[in-house]
Design a protein around this ligand. Structure first.
Ligand code: NA7
Length: 542
């Protein structure tokens, strides 16, 4: 699949190096190569395109964004030739979609697969990036562009004895392509975030037993996934551009319209009826198409929490298990809101046991299972659904060095600092697609918008005979300060106490600092356009 020669020891020179062949890398490659005619060298650690959807092959993996939002809108051909089958496309279907896009525009030939970028350093004299890979190849390029994903660096908690386990131990984001055989196996599932919630029902159907190790209960809304009708498919083909416009006006880049009503402004009966309808619609409808104050008013938010708690009590037969599954003491949305299919009901099965490790942590993985502070469990398979070193993790795992040899990891040691997520001062011509401090919102839309912005910026440089682009220190300080101030005002910023990756709080030793922007994707897109229109105010071009 390697389109470009990757001979060890050679140093080839390119206009741009592009890291990653997921949604970001594919679209960026298309634009720079086809529209600007640049020589772009792509590197991808995986064996094929797909990014997140290449790696996260665990059973039950699917989008939480609806099909009409979880796709590209830049190509008439793609919109007309592709058809989704379900309301929330599953991993295999999203991977097929990205393979289809890659084939449709012959993008694979510009990527070298099975090759991880290990380091990149900027040389001020030549104004070039030198990029090293784990296959021993070194290349140089004017622009270094990252499409490395917000949630791509897996987090395996540093529990003692991980390498002593004699059964199968697997992280959901490194799921083996051949699958995992659960038949007649005793399975331990660590983690009850979006991933644990998606995977549990399918394991429970196949394994002899599943022990679910829960540290923090989550607010889980049903996806209400179902096959799409022919009319829905035809409607997307006909209206994809209008839908894309609508999505860009929504704070979370979703195909929804704010309802204009607040939870605290209506009576109890109306509130319950609205929540019932949100529940019936499922997924993000519950958060975004019920009441507009859930994200900004904790009292309003608590009414939604109480509704979900009632649903848990109704779904789970054993009251003690229901109580353990019930989240308390933090707002809905302070952790990334998950969606599930039959999640709570799965705890009614005889072969599923919930183990509360909130006060009795997993202390050791043993050759035959695991041990908490007080109990031992014999297991054949241990699944870590323990999430990601989000946002900055994919950057700091590469040794990126900017002006004066300064390491990016060092610059971000107290948390990421960027202007609009695109660029950080001291790292000229490093462009980040949906980089740290860009919005938390429907990702394909954010990717399209940020790829277009980077494309325009590079075009601008070339049209104006400019050779260098980076965030101004003042620009990045203002943006980083604004992102932090917004996070402190809303419920999603109240998650540090519950280990949310939004704040870097899920990783031991990681600086507690906000990673994503919550001021609205729509507002962010407007700001990006305004900055570009003002000749990239807040950035230094030379
Ligand atoms: P998340 O949302 O970060 O969830 C990770 C889960 O793993 C969460 O329940 C954690 O508990 C749990 N965890 C982490 N470390 C441990 C240890 N040491 N012991 C027990 N439990 C642990 O990751 P996901 O993969 O589910 O979702 C990531 C994103 O992917 C999601 O936001 C979507 O955007 C898609 P905790 O809650 O920290 O107590």
């Amino acid at each position: 699949m390697n389109g470009s020669p990757g001979s060890t020891g050679s140093v080839s020179s390119h206009d741009a190096v592009l890291v990653g062949a997921g949604f970001s890398g594919l679209y960026m490659m298309y634009r720079l190569r086809e529209e600007l005619g640049l020589d772009v060298r792509g590197f991808e650690a995986a064996g094929g395109v797909g990014g997140t959807w290449y790696w996260n092959r665990y059973p039950g993996a699917r989008t939480d964004s609806p099909y009409s939002a979880y796709c590209f809108s830049w190509s008439e051909e793609i919109a007309q030739e592709w058809s989704w089958s379900e309301r929330y496309p599953g991993q295999q279907e999203v991977l097929r979609y990205l393979e289809f896009v890659a084939d449709r525009y012959d993008l694979r030939r510009s990527f070298t697969f099975d090759t991880r970028v290990t380091s990149a350093r900027h040389d001020e004299d030549t104004n070039l990036w030198t990029v090293d890979t784990d296959t021993g190849e070194t290349v140089t390029a004017t622009y270094l562009i990252t499409g490395v994903g917000l949630l791509s660096a897996p987090n395996l908690p540093p529990i003692r004895g991980l390498d002593t386990f004699q059964g199968e131990l697997v992280h959901t984001a490194r799921w083996p392509a051949a699958g995992v055989d659960f038949a007649a196996k005793r399975v331990g599932l660590v983690g009850t975030g979006s991933t644990g919630i998606q995977i549990l029902p399918s394991i429970a159907e196949r394994a002899s037993s599943v022990s679910v190790f829960q540290r923090t209960p989550n607010y889980v809304v049903p996806t209400q996934n179902r096959p799409l009708t022919d009319a829905e498919k035809a409607d997307l083909r006909a209206r994809y551009q209008d839908i894309a416009k609508q999505i860009r006006q929504h704070p979370f880049a979703m195909p929804f319209t704010p309802t204009g009503q607040n939870a605290l402004d209506v009576d109890e009966a109306t509130r319950q009826a609205v929540y019932e309808e949100g529940w019936r619609q499922g997924g993000f409808h519950f958060l975004f198409e019920t009441f507009d104050d859930l994200s900004v008013n904790e009292d309003a938010n608590e009414t939604a929490c109480e509704f979900i708690r009632g649903k848990i009590r109704a779904a789970v037969r054993d009251p003690e298990v229901a109580e353990l599954l019930t989240p308390r003491g933090y707002p809905y949305g302070a952790k990334r809101p998950p969606a599930g299919t039959g999640y709570y009901e799965t705890f009614n099965r005889d072969n599923v046991t919930l183990i509360d490790v909130s006060d009795d942590a997993i202390e050791e993985i043993t050759p035959t299972g695991l041990r908490t502070g007080t109990r031992r469990f014999d297991l054949d398979v241990i699944i870590f659904a323990t999430g990601f070193d989000a946002s900055t993790g994919a950057f700091t795992r590469i040794d990126i060095r900017g002006r004066g040899g300064r390491a990016l990891a060092d610059k971000w040691r107290d948390g990421p600092v960027t202007n609009l997520g695109f660029s950080t001062a001291g790292f000229p011509n490093l462009f980040m697609i949906t980089g740290p401090l860009s919005p938390f919102a429907n990702i394909p839309t954010c990717i399209e918008e940020t790829v277009d912005w980077i494309f325009d910026a590079i075009s601008y440089l070339r049209e104006n005979g400019l050779t260098s682009f980076e965030a101004a220190e003042r620009g990045e300080q203002e943006w980083t300060g604004h992102v932090t101030a917004i996070a402190n005002m809303i419920t999603a910023g109240k998650g540090e106490a519950v280990n949310t990756w939004f704040a870097g709080a899920n990783i031991e030793g990681k600086p507690r600092a906000i990673n994503v922007y919550f001021g609205g994707a729509n507002a962010y897109f407007d700001t990006c356009r305004a900055v570009a229109a003002k000749a990239y105010e807040g950035f230094v071009l030379s």
